[in-house]
Design a protein around this ligand. Structure first.
Ligand code: 5GP
Length: 362
């Protein structure tokens, strides 16, 4: 396990509100309980519950949003989430979140994302590097010495990019607003678009105009695909051919064949899939099939808070369940660099980080 923590890692699928520490959720619930907005004891039981159905998860997100959706709290959780990933030696993090309008809190989609960015900038434990326009890093970054992971005297560095999520409950026009916001904020660390939310809610046709618009604007896209066996939508996602897909739990043989033939990189979320029933067990998870087929894939946490996991733990689980060696794990972590939405400069820096780490870990 310690080796998996020491391994530099790339996280490509992490939802902000699903990655919040339980201790923070409990503290926020206590505050709202004291104000009489919620009943603390009820909420505490829900937060601490271990296994959940998909429906319970999405209900829980609605609760999380009650707890977290004001500017200061959004800033706080963004800061803590980055600190937690950095503590696990995640060296590159794409954090995704749904921009939220909340008139009661004076919140717009843009002010929500600004609050997230404020949180990223408030991190002190490590240097956080956001990307600038054209998805490239800025001048200062290029001049900054690379971190040497075996040199304790240098402050650690984490590259962070933001993906804006379209929630499946949203209308076409709300989804378009999110894509336009991503374009507007590309100089401030926003590097892509995600489609997520309850997979049994909404229709592909509703989001397609926004996703098409993002594609035309050259914004990289990742899509939650096949969390439920919705044949029509899985086919539409594969035909749309986004830069990456998440989950791919419920693909039939034909769809599986198509996914493999077009080699779209897959964000694999082991614990999340097992805990929500997307995969029958760790042993029977489709990771093994994709790994054996040398399909491009990357291990991810999905919702590290909600599912009480970490990226190091996901690597450990792969080793423990499928018998991967240290060198296979290292290769898996390093290969994820190819699938990041950041551009060449960041990729080059990441490759150097892995090179230095290889000497130390292998
Ligand atoms: P947020 O976007 O509020 O920062 O993070 C929570 C949101 O991410 C949830 O409300 C939901 O829309 C989305 N989400 C988190 N985990 C999952 C998942 O496993 N599957 C899907 N489809 N959406 C998810």
């Amino acid at each position: 396990r310690e080796w998996c923590v020491a391994l530099p890692k790339v996280e490509l699928h992490a939802h902000l509100n699903g990655s919040v520490r339980n201790s923070t959720l409990l503290e926020l619930a206590k505050q709202l309980g004291d104000k009489g907005v919620i009943v603390f004891e009820d909420v505490k039981d829900v937060i601490m519950k271990n296994s959940r159905s998909p429906l319970e998860c999405f209900k829980l997100f609605d609760l999380f949003h009650i707890l977290t959706t004001d500017h200061d709290t959004v800033t706080r959780i963004a800061k803590e989430v980055v600190e937690d990933f950095a503590a696990e030696n995640v060296v590159y993090l794409e954090i995704r979140t749904t921009p939220k309008n909340n008139a009661a809190k004076g919140m717009t989609k843009m002010s929500y994302i600004n609050a997230v960015i404020k949180g990223l900038k408030a991190v002190e434990a490590v240097d956080v590097v956001l990307f600038d326009s054209n998805l490239r890093t800025n001048e200062t970054l290029s001049c900054t010495p690379m971190i040497e992971l075996d040199d304790d005297t240098k402050k650690k560095k984490i590259y962070v990019g933001l993906l804006l999520s379209i929630d499946r409950r949203e209308t076409t026009s709300a989804a378009l607003d999110t894509v336009n916001l991503a374009m507007e904020m590309k100089d401030q660390g926003v590097i892509g678009i995600d489609l997520s939310g309850n997979p049994v809610v909404g229709e592909w046709e509703t989001y397609l105009p926004a996703l098409q618009h993002a594609k035309e604007l050259g914004i990289p896209i990742t899509i939650h695909c096949g969390e439920v066996p919705n044949r029509k939508e899985i086919q539409a996602v594969l035909d749309f051919c986004p830069q990456r897909v998440g989950h791919v739990c419920c693909l039939n043989d034909e769809e599986w064949k198509q996914l493999k033939s077009i080699t779209i990189p897959v964000e694999i979320c082991l614990t999340s899939n097992v805990m929500t029933g997307g995969a029958p067990s760790l042993e029977m998870h489709h990771f093994a099939d994709l790994f054996n087929a040398k399909h491009p894939l990357s291990l991810c946490t999905d919702d590290s808070g909600l599912f009480s996991t970490s990226l190091s733990n996901e690597y450990y689980l792969v080793a423990a369940t499928f018998g991967l060696s240290k060198s296979e794990l290292f290769q898996l972590a390093q290969d994820a660099v190819q699938f990041v939405f950041a551009d060449g400069e960041v990729k080059k820096s990441l490759r150097r980080i892995f090179k230095v780490a290889e000497k130390r870990l292998m």
